[in-house]
Design a protein around this ligand. Sequence first.
Ligand code: SF4
Ligand code: SF4
Length: 466
Amino acid sequence: MDKPPPEIAVVNMYAAREEIYPREIKGRYASLRWVCLWLTQLVFYGVPWLSWNGRQAVLFDLGARKFYIFGIVLWPQDFIYLATLLIICAYALFLFTAVAGRVWCGFSCPQTVYTEIFLWIERRIEGTRSARMRLDRQPWGVQKLLKKGAKHAVWGVLALWTGLTFVGYFTPIHDLMASAVAMTLGPWEAFWIVFYSFATYGNAGWMREQVCKYMCPYARFQSAMIDKDTLIITYDRQRGEPRGAKVKGEEKGAQSTGDCIDCSMCVQVCPTGIDIREGLQYECIGCAACIDACNGVMEKIEAPLGLIRYSTEHAMTGGLTLKEMQRRVLRPRVLIYTALLALIVTAFCTALALRTPLKLDIIRDRGMMSREVEDGLIENVYRLQIMNTGETPHRFQITVSGIDSIALATPAEVEIGGATTQAVPVRVRVAHGKGEHGSNKITFTLTSIDDPQLQVREKAAFFVPR
Ligand code: SF4
Ligand code: SF4
């Protein structure tokens, strides 16, 4: 007899997404978020249009392997500065997270900022939270088609402008815009504009909180960076519970419920759709919208503000006063992060300020160690790779020292344009009988004629045959 087939159970490994319709909120933190939004976006959209010394002020020219950042020109050899900059950003993130949790996520992260802008557009076109929910429930018709079409068109234009701006950091933006208008963009430019536009449209328009929940690694390791004295957004359970509607006529101080009236406003404004009253959750991006929402409710019911507020675990469990809580913020961990950050920033700024905008590499002629030329002189040939990393052209004097009678047999002056590199072949000679047999240490010195402070030295070897 055939056995009955085993029962097949389908297990969903991924929770189905529930659409979130965050309610618009006004308040102190909402205003702060808008200030951050304006600042970051003014910088992002505005900086590529600034000019400096007749060129784009900030341009990462990957083709020419030069990064222009206002008056500074960074070359591949300056990679250390970019690496240090990344280290500074990482330390700053550690510091801010140790002090105030996910303050970066809530106020400045591009995902939060673009979601906020896209949501703003959605609200202007589709209406309030309840209007948006109604619109999504209703069957497709002319009105729904028009509203959705208009929203996606505006999102698309914004995403495209964002993509163009992003690529404008790598290709001169004026040329890029002209090519875009004339439809003559190169394949790479077109690819990156479409890619970045699509990423903006998809992440901020469609995926929103899913990016923070499932794609961003920061949420997962933030617990390693915070401790019981980190400021986090918390619900004051002691004050709020038992939650419930206020009973009419109940005397103040004799209420049967806490201050939370269970209005769910804090949930309705949350962009990740969580309930902060259930405690700190990894989905919380620290945007503080629930603080604004709850404060609004507290004002209306004439209860003290701050049922949801920035606090620390120690302050909540130990009943610390505001001053005590603030004092604990300056704990050893924070002081160490601050000291390290200050140290790296100082070293970075000093190195950048003292950086000589001139580099010299010396390559010996591989084809020939040395040769004897007229009058019995010994000659070695080199190639000087001169990099004028500044933007001003200079005329340089080349000198060589290290052996008696050593001199150049090629012109000692060379003109190098601004932000350019040039290979200069040089022949160096010494008189017969001077120097040791074999390898001798010599030094090339490159000095700017118009600015003698601008000088570099580089060691090389001069070979004297037996
Ligand atoms: S907004 Fe405040 S009062 Fe309303 S449910 Fe949330 S915590 Fe309770
Ligand atoms: S719980 Fe509050 S702070 Fe956290 S994401 Fe939601 S609204 Fe923002």
